[in-house]
Design a protein around this ligand. Sequence first.
Ligand code: DI6
Ligand code: FE
Length: 397
Amino acid sequence: MHDAAWVNASLATLREGYGAIPDGVLAVTNGRISWVGPRSEWHEAAREEHDARGAWITPALIDCHTHLVYAGNRAREFELRLKGASYEDIAKAGGGIISTVRATRAATEDELLNSAKKRLRTWLEEGAGVVEIKSGYGLDRDTELRMLRVARALGDALTVKTTFLGAHALPPEYQGRADDYIAFLCDEVLPAAAAAGLVDAVDAFCERIAFDASQTARVLAKARALGLPVKLHADQLSDLQGAALAARHGALSADHLEYSSESSIEAMRNAGTVAVLLPGAFYFLRETQLPPIEELRRRGVPIALATDHNPGTSPLCSPLLVLNMACTLFRLTPEEALAGMTRNAARALGMQASHGTLEPGKGADFVLWDIGSPAELAYAAGANPCAARVRAGRTLR
Ligand code: DI6
Ligand code: FE
């Protein structure tokens, strides 16, 4: 006897491709999926039966790369960029990430929590079940830990995975002393955050305007020494062989990748590192260099997608729009796009055993969509066909 069953539904299990089962049944027991298959093979019983009225059911969306916790916004900077200033010029002039750092350091924990909760509403309305949230706007001990505590506190509405990103930019107080700052992160801030149980993974920004390969390697090595998985902002604005560096450290994912080389993609394939592509930053920065999609496909590197929500390069608040952008800007197929925010996004967070597909034993986190085919999720930009969100078997909307 199952706790509940959803009948009269089309299922997109995302096990392989869409993994579509027209006219399927999905059953749940103790918050986990306990049966998935065609109605014709369903001969079991459930205490509760939900009529999905022909809706499509997919795994809940997973946003595996966000900077969702911060104070202030950077609309002024967006204006400056449209008047000709580049992202790097603004960063060099003390704007950019550092301006958000100033605002975030000045904000209270409640202010950070309330502003993040407000933002998160769109993710919940658009069927997200898991969101990854990075620190990285404190760049000191107290604010980095405060950001991670706020991220954890958001975990009642959906599943949150936290990522320590102290190596996001060099704070003003360490100008010209990047190696000292990296030592401060490795010797003090990261161990403190890990000891407080606030860190699920560790990331860094390996880039000309941030940290070089050897500074990045020290942070990743420290994370590994603490038994924490790693991810990397790699080759976003130039090719520092960041993706290869991430692969050498057995990273869960390497993210951005616009300037990654073939040999780096090969290293990712060998290490099982997922490619996280971020069409929002590509769009807002009006980048023209496409990530190596064909190379990733050819070498069978799983492609995940995310909003990269942040106030500077991707103030994008819609997981569904990412699906559309991935198709229109990066020429992914709608099937690849949906796999990018379910199956492959789960892998980018090390959650493939419990999330990302509709399979018995996995968490009963799924969404009912008012659509005629799964391709509509990427097709209709700006539409939100989410009819209901189910978390651990309980309907939330
Ligand atoms: N790359 C990005 O695009 C963001 N962080 C990063 O490492 C930018 C963050 C910001 O501008 O606030
Ligand atoms: Fe990012």
